[in-house]
Design a protein around this ligand. Structure first.
Ligand SMILES: [Zn+2]
Length: 395
């Protein structure tokens, strides 16, 4: 086990105090102002300098920095303080907007405890831990609003400011979303595709004579498309194709002449928009070859929201530093995070060419009732961060 002095200095009490305080200030997306005021007061009290940047002054982002910019790389730890709302308060055993510690002190309950205020708590204590260290470089935190919604007031705004030269450009980015302490160096992309099926509307009475039921054609299409895709990627796992919506029909007694299905396709590195569209076409064309009345048209990326799969290579110093930290702390070989997981703000940093790794705790009940985080897991995250920072910034 490691004897690195930074591990000894990780302050469990401080992590719990900050995380509890963050959870106790409600900050559903759109309502982040108060929690950011707490962050500023805390940074002031600890002598840590910061700047505030915002599209909307009521939805600020705090960029706090310690160390010696210009003397080495800049690390940015990104965490969001907005949360999803509480839709089922009666299912909670505690007040969701109070940070409540379990009696044994092992768990923190409350909205945002797992996604991801406690992780921001860890980041704030890292600034405190390293603020007087002779860093060869700098350590900053991008504490943002608006992750659970559009990100345009949060991380996307911060990246705009970086591109405009108003904020320094990080060399390495940590994302604190849950990763079960595994190295998450890549994320799947996402593409929406709508398939429009053309039939012929008709009175039900004459359905077998004049009608072509577009809904029945859509059903054939769905059966052709819905399947497990067997191409495993070692950093992100499997791609996904899921048909998630169908629209058809105008009345009980009218054969539908049109139908539309919506596909959500998650891509792994190596796939792109063209390759997955070609795959969808091939599957549908195979049906059309058997059924001349199977007529379809694709609407690719209807909302312009295509996200390319993104990866920070395994030989990046950031990936290597995290792997060494896990090895040093646990004595075990670090694993890549291969899960059925959604996207994080990490994709935006990768799109801007910055090496980015997500490393965070495991949590329970994110977006649901009785959300909680294990304090031991936060301490482990903090130790992995401390080791990674000390290696990348030479202390
Ligand atoms: Zn999150």
């Amino acid at each position: 086990m490691s004897t690195n002095p930074w591990i000894e200095r990780v302050n469990r009490e401080e992590i719990v105090d900050v995380s509890k305080a963050l959870v106790s200030i409600p900050s559903v997306s759109g309502d982040e102002y108060e929690v950011m005021q707490f962050v500023k007061r805390w940074l002031d009290d600890h002598g840590i300098s910061y700047v505030e940047t915002a599209n909307d002054p009521m939805r600020p982002n705090i960029i706090a920095t310690v160390g010696n910019p210009g003397e080495g790389p800049l690390i940015a730890m990104n965490g969001h303080l907005d949360t999803v709302p509480v839709s089922d308060a009666s299912s909670w055993k505690t007040d969701p907007f109070q940070g409540v510690l379990s009696e044994d002190g092992q768990k923190l309950f409350g909205r945002g405890a797992s996604d991801m205020k406690s992780s921001v708590g860890v980041m704030m204590t890292m600034l405190d831990l390293f603020k007087d260290a002779p860093l060869k470089g700098a350590l900053s935190a991008h504490i943002v609003s608006d992750e659970e919604t559009s990100a345009i007031y949060g991380t996307l705004h911060v990246l705009d400011e970086i591109e405009a030269g108003n904020l320094p450009r990080p060399d390495y980015v940590f994302i604190g979303e849950g990763s079960q302490h595994k190295v998450r160096n890549a994320e799947r992309g996402g593409l929406a595709v709508n398939v429009h099926f053309k039939g012929r509307a008709s009175h039900t009475a004459a359905a077998r004579v004049t009608g072509i039921n577009a809904l029945a054609k859509a059903a054939k299409g769905i059966l052709a498309l819905e399947h497990h895709i067997d191409t495993f990627h070692p950093a992100v796992g499997y791609p996904v194709l899921s048909v998630n919506m169908i629209q058809a029909g105008v009345a009980h007694n009218v054969v539908p002449g049109e139908a539309m299905i919506s596909i959500d396709r998650r891509l792994v590195p190596g796939e792109d928009k063209e390759s997955v569209v070609a795959d969808i076409r091939a599957k549908l064309d195979a049906v059309a070859a058997e059924d001349p009345e199977f007529v379809y048209e694709l609407e690719i990326d209807p909302d312009g929201g295509y996200i390319a799969p993104n990866i920070t290579p395994e030989d990046s110093p950031l990936v290597q530093a995290f792997q060494s930290a896990v090895r040093e702390l646990t004595g075990e070989e670090p694993e890549f995070f291969v899960e059925w997981a959604g996207m994080t703000d990490g994709r935006f940093y990768r799109q801007h060419g910055m090496d980015t790794v997500c490393m965070g705790p495991r949590g329970e009940g994110a977006h649901g009732a009785n959300e909680s985080i294990n304090i031991d897991d936060l301490e482990k995250q903090a130790k992995i961060y401390a080791l990674t920072i000390s290696s990348l910034l030479g202390v």
